[in-house]
Design a protein. Structure first.
Lengths: 258, 303
């Protein structure tokens, strides 16, 4: 897919929970095609210790508003700077990058989309794109506590939402892999994005059950274009760039101890 | 429009802007953003005789005004390049230069000889300065005798323009530059990355799997500029300057210090269209200052 370097305008920058913002960026030309699971590299200006762009997954594409959404977890100086961008300011964005989740080949594929923390971000756009194909997935979203479960109203538009929290304040208490939906319902495929330990346990569950499983990785990267070779993941094909060969991988291609 | 043409040995460039190896892939990665034919040339990823997987992840750490990398020359080897990559690049209307690395003198020579047979590769950049490999790489670049030995051997196997890329991790870079010039290099390029490291204090762990890595970006520019200035005075062959060039002004500074051409490296990661902006910016500078040719500013620093 052709990649674009675009100056986009901030049309919303909303604080979600204590350490997330939802940044909505609008183009003056129609935004290019983007696939669920792909990401963008946002340039961070005026942050002296932030040299590189920040890779952020595509949370949603609002074609009516011609805007692309990014759910940003405030981790360091770069993301904190993005959180302070004012309405009307301009962000230089490189997109769309990487490969998305596989789109279903048949309309009755039972899909479980699992997200944890910032990893819930790509699942919203995935859900909306599935709706356009007439598919209603199940979302399984995990967080430490209820206030950290983000965009639930949005997720409810596109599928059945199941949640877990570590403190039991929303949904079932525990981790996503302990949720009863996993034993109550049959799934053909599980797609997962979140912290590595979560993805690992989801991958183990899927492998044990013989369910196809894709995970989205977030290795530290520089260019996002497959040039610097920094973000490599060790796979059955050797070291490959997460930015160009991923970020979505089938777990069978990874050398994880599953 | 000023005359932007420069020569590196027998290699005639339409303008002095090249890309630094390892920051520009095989050029194709940047084709969505720039017209590659507008570059003086591009230098492709470090290529070795045998495929290399490189170092384990993590290989990169961001630093103030720069980054450390410990990629370790990951590449599929020269034979893969010849069979699969060269056919895609050979007809492009700019110069494609191959960066050649190795872990022994024989590796370097054999790889150079293979690239010598590729009609549309007019030059190689010999990497005797990679800080991220255990054998070879920088070990050849820190001793004048060892540097001269590998360049002499490659010179016998390679008959086109031979650029030798130098490491800054030495006491006196002019000694190395003079040694490789004496051994037959047509040009020297400098600087490769500076050896550095980064630590995660909370975890009490290094941020790179290899502990140390190569520092690049604008943080190294003052050092690079100083070394280009010193080397340009010490050798007769043309100098290719690189190290933290982020814009046309930086590139012009390198040329004023004595560089005949420049390489854009880490800046490609921040702005994948930076190279053509530097070409345009150099032209604007020349017009603004009334220079008819970019060659007029090479070493034009008034001290």
């Amino acid at each position: 897919m052709k990649k674009y370097l675009l100056d986009l305008k901030v049309v919303a920058n909303e604080r979600l929970a204590s350490n997330f913002v939802l940044l909505k960026l609008q183009g003056d030309q129609p935004l290019p095609d983007m696939l669920p699971g792909q990401f963008a590299e946002l340039r961070v200006d005026d942050a002296p210790h932030t040299f590189l762009r920040r890779p952020i997954s595509i949370n949603f594409v609002d074609r009516q508003q011609n805007s692309v959404w990014f759910l940003i977890q405030l981790v360091g100086e770069g993301t904190k700077r993005l959180a302070t961008l004012e309405l009307g300011s301009v962000v230089n964005v490189l997109l769309p990058l990487g490969n998305g989740f596989a789109m279903p080949q048949c309309a009755d594929e039972q899909l479980l989309l699992v997200g944890g923390g910032a990893g819930t971000a790509p699942m919203l756009y995935f859900g909306e794109q599935l709706q356009q194909q007439g598919i209603r997935p199940s979302f399984l979203l995990g967080a430490r506590t209820a206030s950290m479960l983000l965009q639930l109203d949005e997720f409810n538009k596109y599928g059945d939402v199941y949640t877990t929290t570590e403190d039991g304040s929303h949904g079932e208490k525990g981790f996503v892999t302990q949720h009863s939906i996993l034993s109550d319902k049959h799934f053909d495929r599980i797609c997962c994005c979140g912290p590595k330990p979560m993805m690992l346990s989801v991958a183990r569950y899927a492998k044990a059950k013989g369910i196809t499983c894709e995970v989205s990785l977030e290795n530290k990267m520089a260019c996002g274009l497959g040039a610097c070779l920094c973000c490599v993941e060790n796979t059955t094909a050797g070291h490959v760039c997460v930015c160009t060969e991923g970020p979505v991988f089938n777990i069978n291609d990874l050398l994880w101890q599953i | 429009m000023a005359d932007l043409r420069v020569n590196i040995g027998a290699l005639a460039l339409k303008n002095p802007v090249l890309t630094a190896s390892g920051t520009f892939g095989y050029g194709e990665e940047f084709a969505d953003f720039i017209d590659l034919t507008r570059l003086g040339g591009f230098i492709v990823k470090g290529t070795t005789l045998h495929p290399r997987e490189g170092n384990p992840y993590p290989r990169m750490a961001e630093t103030p005004m720069g980054m450390l990398n410990a990629v370790g020359l990951q590449n599929k080897g020269v034979h893969y390049f010849v069979e699969h990559i060269y056919p895609r690049l050979k007809d492009i209307n700019t110069h494609v230069i191959v960066n050649v690395s190795g872990s022994s003198i024989e590796d370097y020579s054999e790889t150079a000889a293979i690239v010598n047979d590729l009609d549309n590769i007019p030059a190689i950049e010999l990497n005797i300065s990679c800080p991220n490999v255990k054998k070879g790489g920088m070990t050849f670049g820190v001793q004048p005798n060892a540097a001269a030995e590998v360049v002499s051997a490659v010179r016998k196997a390679y008959h086109k323009t031979l650029i030798v890329k130098l490491t800054p991790n030495v006491t006196d870079i002019t000694e190395i530059a003079k040694a490789v010039e004496g051994a037959g290099a047509d040009s020297v390029s400098l600087i490769n990355t500076m050896l550095g490291m980064a630590i995660d204090a909370e975890r009490r762990k290094p941020l790179l799997s290899t502990v140390t890595g190569g520092l690049s970006g604008p943080c190294v520019k003052p050092v690079a500029l100083r070394m280009v200035w010193q080397v340009a005075k010490a050798v007769k062959v043309p100098v290719v300057g690189l190290g933290g060039i982020m814009n046309a002004t930086d590139a012009i500074e390198f040329m004023l210090a004595g560089a005949t051409a420049v390489e854009i490296g880490t800046a490609n990661f921040i702005d994948p269209s930076i190279t053509v902006k530097v070409v345009d910016g150099i032209n604007d500078y020349l017009d603004r200052h009334g220079f008819k040719s970019v060659r007029d500013i090479i070493g034009a620093l008034e001290v």
